[in-house]
Design a protein around this ligand. Structure first.
Ligand code: APR
Ligand code: PHB
Length: 393
């Protein structure tokens, strides 16, 4: 088989890229190691910046997001029992974010792919990438059903296969530099079919640790509490989770909190990670394959979207006769990525309780948060980053 672009991974990065290339008349195949049900079963954040919303419109998959997504004008910080609103719209000249679950978005992308008749190979086993230092790269895989081996010849490989994927791992060690920060805690998340406690997200900092009240719709809520990395999800009954969440909220929230059985409950570790560069000859990394952010600023999905925005434009330019876009792909993406990495790391540092922190540093961080919420400049910085920075290309 021969295609112009072989996309490895059918998460948001791979599927959005597939859609953008299809719109541009570029022929691509998507190879995914797991089943569609498995891909949809992973519960991830769902706060979209305006640039991501615009991109999904451009990709032709925005209809349900506009009908069912919840535009938000602000969020609340609850710091040691006191509320402070970050008025996103007021501080950024009217910008909003869109709350729409990654699961729903992935479903929309899968449906769009299926109705356009585009080829996705699910349960592609032993995917391997070859010859990306030449003009004729190849991707090999084994069909999960009949076990048959296949080889795809292509012009480019897009490595959209997440943090644990095969693409980044196939790059020679001396050609790539990794930057990493691992945090000494995780987020225990619970999804429930209960109305959200508030119309806006609440990020809470308390002595017991961080908590977040988020939502998927008017009838489905997503809550998180910071837990030590040693915690096991089996040790958290729903009741224990709700009790701990209550201890981290204020009386106003507790008066409105509706609890119910969990639909999903899991612990996610927090990590900051960037691999540089993001292009190796004819192989491009995009999304979680190239970088990870802690979920505190909700940037993961947005970065995946903006990487593939840049990549799709670069590939379109290439087929129109210019290599400038592909030559600048890595530097363009990394400039934006590092700003989102900085923001997610900063939000994480400000809002969590760190075991074993130097008491001076803890006091300095507490003072910084106090400064941010009480200063117009501080709130503006937070809002501007949260709604997403403009493109500078
Ligand atoms: N072969 C084929 N597919 C693979 C392989 C492989 N060797 N390894 C991983 N994959 C698939 C995974 O099964 C997954 O479906 O690649 C996909 C990668 O998807 P994501 O992990 O969702 O990454 P990405 O598309 O970059 O999306 C980033 O997801 O993790 C969140 O917060 C993050 O919202 C952000 C978004
Ligand atoms: C979520 O709804 O899962 C969510 C929202 C905002 C975040 C992180 C996660 O910052």
């Amino acid at each position: 088989m021969r295609v112009q672009v072989a996309i490895v991974g059918a998460g948001p990065a791979g599927l959005i890229l597939g859609q953008l290339l299809h719109k541009a008349g570029i022929d691509a195949v998507v190879l995914e190691a797991h089943t569609p049900e498995y891909v949809l079963g992973r519960i991830r954040a769902g706060v979209l910046e305006q640039v991501a919303v615009d991109l999904l419109d451009e990709a032709g998959v925005g209809r349900r997001m506009h009908a069912e997504g919840l535009p938000h004008d602000g969020f609340e910080l609850l710091i040691e029992g006191r509320r402070h609103r970050i008025d996103l719209a007021g501080l950024t000249g009217g910008k909003q974010v869109m709350v729409y679950g990654q699961t729903e978005l992935t479903k929309d992308l899968m449906d769009a792919r299926a109705s356009a008749g585009l080829k996705t190979v699910y349960e592609a086993k032993d995917v391997s990438v070859h010859d990306f230092d030449t003009k004729r790269p190849r991707v090999r895989y084994r069909n999960g059903g009949d076990g048959q081996s296949h080889e795809i010849e292509c012009d480019f490989i897009a490595g959209c296969d997440g943090f644990h994927g095969v693409c980044r791992a196939s790059v020679p060690k001396n050609a790539i530099a990794n930057f990493e920060r691992v945090y000494p805690f995780g987020w225990l998340g619970l999804l429930s079919d209960t109305p959200p406690v508030s119309g806006e997200l609440i990020y809470a900092k308390t002595e017991r640790g961080f908590a977040l009240c988020s939502m998927r719709s008017h009838t489905r809520s997503r809550y998180y509490v910071q837990v030590p990395l040693t915690e096991k999800v089996e040790n958290w009954s729903d009741d224990k989770f709700w009790d701990e969440l209550r201890k981290r909220l204020d009386p106003q929230a507790n008066g409105r909190l509706v609890t119910g059985p969990s639909i999903e409950k899991s612990i996610a570790p927090l990590r900051s990670f960037v691999a540089e560069p993001m292009r190796f000859g004819r192989l491009f990394l995009a999304g979680d394959a190239a970088h990870i952010v802690p979920p505190t600023g909700a940037k993961g999905l947005n970065l995946a979207a903006t990487d593939v925005r840049t990549l799709s434009r670069a590939l379109i330019e290439f087929y129109a006769g210019s290599e400038t876009g592909i030559d600048h792909y890595s530097a363009r993406c990394l400039r934006r990525i590092w700003k989102a990495e900085r923001f997610s790391w900063w939000m994480t540092m400000l809002l969590h309780t760190f075991p074993d922190t130097n008491p001076f540093e803890q006091r300095a961080l507490d003072a910084e948060l106090d400064y941010v919420v009480h200063s117009l400049a501080g709130r503006t910085t937070m809002a501007e980053n949260y709604v997403g920075l403009p493109f500078e290309d």
